[in-house]
Structure formats: structure tokens, C-alpha cells
Design a protein around this ligand. Structure first.
Ligand SMILES: [Zn+2]
Ligand SMILES: [Zn+2]
Length: 349
């Protein structure tokens, strides 16, 4: 549900959802019904190598829920998974990662590296699909946290049953490795960090049982993205879609695993007494400039400056004098479990 915060309107949604148009197990309409039930404001679908749901006219508002359709591209080796929204077409499968990232950027699409840090050692029949070619440039963002990847990563032959019945228990946090890469990329320009559900609702064999792992509803009660808009979401579909894509590209976004608590009341901004900047925003450095954080409930709160942790405290709020220019973000943990992650606020010279 929309939240008004100061001058901003905040919306919560799910990114990276599959349907029966590729390897998901429900139709778009069925998945949207589930998303509406749990109160998502927006849903971003991306089946593998097809825009068939978009071509069939299934984008639009379903009640108050904004539904957009992009697709997930991969190369011929089934590597370099890439989420593309607003691309005019599905690019040819024989393109290299560098080529389809460039094609998307050239067409003004929104492009996000999917599960770039995926590692799976335990199961031979479920290989990992990490991003390998880091010389590629021109993407808009990185999926720092992918629910499906993290679940698969922790799966072994021995814990299948437990993992299948309580899938959200396995979620920990984005890896330090991918967070570092993302921080480094942001030192030279904006690169949005998102969390993707990668919802498929696969069924999985556990001994003689067939269990649906991560039903869509469970996904939608776990990783969520929150966007911030200056104006309320338009009721005109093309305008609303533009607002959503622009907010993501502009890094006006934070994400959370709501399994550890609702995140709607999270706030993070820089404040110089007369102006405020939220995630994705920028203020010039000056004396008296502070960063403020509010959490919905107490948690371990970390402040990260240019990729380095400069503060860790257990609290539900924080006010911090900005010591130097640079990029700042916050992370909140419940115990060892990652809860809320912001994008960067830029403090210029
Ligand atoms: Zn993928
Ligand atoms: Zn996917």
C-alpha cells in the first residue's frame, strides 16, 4: 500500500517473477491474484526469452496493482542472465552478454544483472548461472539478492525436506562479495541494487513426496522492493510504468526480507536543515549535514561509506554527522539475517 513520507510516495512490489510462459507454474493472471492478495503495489514479470505476456496485452493495472512485463535474457551457454524491461523486443539468442547489454542500453531499456553471484556446489543437477563477464558495461543495476538462488545454494541432499517445508528459513543476506562489487560500481556512477524473488513455484521431489517449493505467496511475503516517487503513481498505465522504471534506474529504492518484519516504515535520508535527499539522491557536503535512519523496530544497523562499514549499532534509529563526501548506504540485520538494505545517498564535494 502506498505510504506518504515527507515529500515522497512509497510503493512496495516484487521483481523477477516467472509464469507458465516459461518455467513458472502459474499464469500471469493467477500470480497477479496472489500478489494482490498480499498487497503488492507493483509486480515485475520476466519470463525466459519471451515477451509473450506483454504481446498478449497483459500489462496494466489489476485493481491498484501495477503489472509490467519484461524478460530474462541468457546467452547460448545459458549464462549471463539479464533482466530487461522496456526493451522493444527479445534480442537474438546468439548475442553475447556484452552485445545484449549494449542493445538494451541503446534502446533505452532498463537492464539488471540477474543473480550474478550464484554459487551452487552441492547439487550436480542444479548448476549455477552466475555473471562471469565483468568487463561488460552499460547495465543499470544488479540483483544483489535472489531468493531462489540463495535457497538452491544452501540445498544439499540431506536437508531437502527441511528446506522444502520452511523455505524462508534459509534466507540470510546478499553476499559480501557482491555488495563490494556493487559499492565499487557506485563510486563512478549510479547502479541500482535490487532484490529479486525469481518466483517459479517449482515442485521438487523429496523422496516419495512432491513438494511445491516457494509457492508464489511465500515469495511475495519475503523479498520486496520499495520505490520512492515524487508524485503518486499515475493511473495512466504508460505513465505509471515510466515512473516505476525511472525510480529504479535512479536508485530511489530499498529492499527487505519482510519475513523478519514489515519494512514500510523504514526511512533513510540526508538532511542539511533545509533540504533532504533519499536513496538515489544527492546533497553537497557541508558542515551540519546529517544522515538519519529509522527502522520499524530495533535491529543491528550498519552504515557503509564508500564500501566500508563505518558504524554498527543496535537501535531503531540513528542520526550521524556526515564526516566526508562519498556514497552512503545502510543495512539492517535481525541477528544474522539480512532485513533491510538501502541504495546509496551521494554526498558531493
Ligand atoms: Zn535466471
Ligand atoms: Zn529467473
Amino acid at each position: 500500500m502506498v505510504r506518504k513520507k515527507d515529500d515522497w510516495y512509497q510503493y512496495a512490489g516484487a521483481v523477477h517473477i516467472h509464469t507458465t510462459e516459461s518455467d513458472g507454474t502459474r499464469t500471469l493472471e493467477e500470480v497477479v491474484a496472489i500478489g494482490r492478495e498480499v498487497g503488492l503495489d507493483f509486480m515485475m514479470f520476466c519470463d525466459h526469452m519471451t515477451l509473450s505476456n506483454r504481446k498478449a496485452g497483459r500489462e496494466g493495472f489489476y485493481g491498484k496493482t501495477l503489472v509490467v512485463v519484461g524478460y530474462e535474457h541468457n546467452d547460448l551457454q545459458d549464462e549471463h542472465h539479464y533482466l530487461l524491461f522496456d526493451s522493444p523486443r527479445v534480442y537474438p539468442p546468439e548475442m553475447t552478454a556484452a552485445q545484449y547489454v549494449a542493445a538494451g542500453a541503446g534502446d533505452g531499456a532498463l537492464g539488471i544483472l540477474a543473480h550474478p553471484d550464484e554459487i551452487r556446489k552441492a547439487l550436480k543437477d542444479h548448476p549455477a548461472y552466475p555473471w562471469k563477464d565483468w568487463s561488460v558495461v552499460g547495465f543499470d543495476g544488479i540483483e544483489l539478492w535472489n531468493q531462489m538462488s540463495e535457497w538452491m545454494e544452501k540445498l544439499t541432499r540431506w536437508n531437502r525436506l527441511l528446506m522444502a517445508f520452511s523455505p524462508r528459513k534459509s534466507m540470510v543476506a546478499p553476499t559480501a562479495r557482491i555488495l563490494k562489487r556493487w559499492d565499487d560500481l557506485n563510486k563512478t556512477g549510479k547502479c541500482v541494487g535490487i532484490a529479486g524473488t525469481d518466483a517459479h513455484a517449482f515442485s521438487f521431489k523429496v523422496g516419495p513426496l512432491k513438494v511445491e517449493i516457494f509457492p508464489y505467496k511465500v515469495h511475495f511475503r519475503s523479498l520486496r522492493c520499495y520505490i520512492l516517487l515524487r508524485e503518486p503513481l499515475s493511473r495512466d498505465f504508460p505513465a505509471a510504468r515510466r515512473q516505476l522504471y525511472d525510480a529504479i534506474r535512479d536508485c530511489r529504492l530499498f529492499f527487505a526480507n519482510v519475513r523478519w518484519g514489515e519494512a514500510d516504515d523504514f526511512e533513510f535520508f540526508a538532511d542539511n536543515g533545509s533540504r533532504r535527499a533519499v536513496c538515489g539522491g544527492e546533497l553537497p557536503w557541508e558542515k551540519g549535514l546529517v544522515l538519519r535512519v529509522k527502522l520499524p523496530s530495533p535491529a543491528t544497523l550498519r552504515l557503509v561509506h564508500n564500501g566500508e562499514k563505518i558504524l554498527e549499532t543496535h537501535s531503531h534509529e540513528l542520526e550521524y554527522q556526515v564526516p566526508a563526501p562519498g556514497i552512503y548506504r545502510v543495512e539492517a540485520f535481525k541477528g544474522k539475517r539480512g532485513w533491510i538494505f538501502s541504495n546509496h545517498i551521494r554526498i558531493g564535494r
